[in-house]
Design a protein around this ligand. Sequence first.
Ligand code: CMC
Length: 436
Amino acid sequence: MEKQVLNVVDSRSNNRYEFAIEKGAIRASDLRQIRCGAEDFGLMSYDPAFLNTASCRSAITFIDGDKGILRYRGYPIEQLAEKCTFLEVAYLILHGELPTELQLKNFVAGVTEHTMLHEKTKNFLEGFNHDAHPMGMFISTVAALSTVYADARKVLDPESRELQIRRLIGKVPTIAAYAYRHSLGYPYIYPDNDLSYTENFMNMLWRMVEPKYRANPVVARALDILFILHADHEQNCSANVMRAVGSSQADPFVCTAAAAAALSGPLHGGANEEVLKMLDEIGSKDNVRGYVEKIKAGHGKLMGFGHRIYKNYDPRARIIKWAADQVFVATGRNPKLDIALELEKIALEDEYFIKRKLYPNVDFYSGIIYQALGFKPEMFTVLFAIPRTVGWLAQWQEMLEDPEQKIARPRQIYTGYDAREFVPIEKRAVRAVASR
Ligand code: CMC
């Protein structure tokens, strides 16, 4: 193919530059060639919130936001959700190819081997109040595992990385279930390694006095599908945190805790909790129109709507809507669904949402399923964090293996004072503090 280039003329100097275009991008560091004199640092690009900056090359997840396409390692999300188990998809995301039967068996065994938590880890959880937010408990306990596994610091050793990846994937459901039971005051249930990944999670959440937990297969499959849909989503806020913290060569436990902290915010994974609060606030179908008008007038956002990348229906939301119908057969219909459907209908017909291309995202319907399963909204983001741990770890591993990556360190455009003389305290006047 013919070499693609961008020709630039700097109006300050009339100098001309030619920059190579590769995969629809120029290298931002090439801009540094654009200078006005020897003292000039060179031109920077300014991109708050990374609106138009590719921070890495990645072969993991592909999204076409205009067409509503999501693929892991090239496979459409719809096919993976229909045909695979979560751990099969986890293997694909981490290793790049779907596993053979033997590879899957070994991977499942490798993850299952790590479902137990060190007994001391339970003590970390015991320190929390009964009403502590489960996401705070989850983040802190994942970070605390860094103190248990000192070998995790060998981040440049591929064998150690593989071990920590399996440990983390094995342990996050246990941490989540313990946080859940802690908030209810129930005793912790040890993992049952005869069960599948999601069945075992259900066992740790819901087993009471029965000698062996039997998971409802419809619910177990629905959870598996939800886990598949949430497993990765390329360079979102939390994946970016995972890569940024990981780029300092911090261990994967603290990196995962940092990524989970990013996920917990209401504009990211915390939105699923906010959707349920919003549906509670709306209360009934009749109030939907009035609520939408309030949003349009600038009072808040419609939670579970909109996306930085999707300017079309989020394909995950479509599958979740389908999964909700399956779950409701087992649990009974969640009456919130009617409010959500009405909200979606009214919003999708409204000029405000059409013009801004705002569609339901993954968080819009997931909470309705989680609530039907008996979870309180505070648990919803934890349920997102369990499968996303796989995506974070794949992004972390890819970053560490990428020879172009270095410690993440953005530039800034300094807007503060020039150098000024120090003023002794007795001579200082009260001044308005400039925020920037
Ligand atoms: N309700 C009402 N208006 C909205 C919404 C919304 N949910 N989302 C965006 N807008 C408006 C926004 O006010 C802006 O309007 P204007 O052009 O008049 O200023 C326009 O649409 C563009 O929005 P933006 O804030 O520039 O978009 P963004 O790419 O920075 O934000 C977002 C993306 C997901 C943070 C945002 O859509 C949002 O806050 N949504 C609600 C929270 C949510 O559901 N988050 C979950 C995201 S998907 C899962 C995940 O990331 O974990």
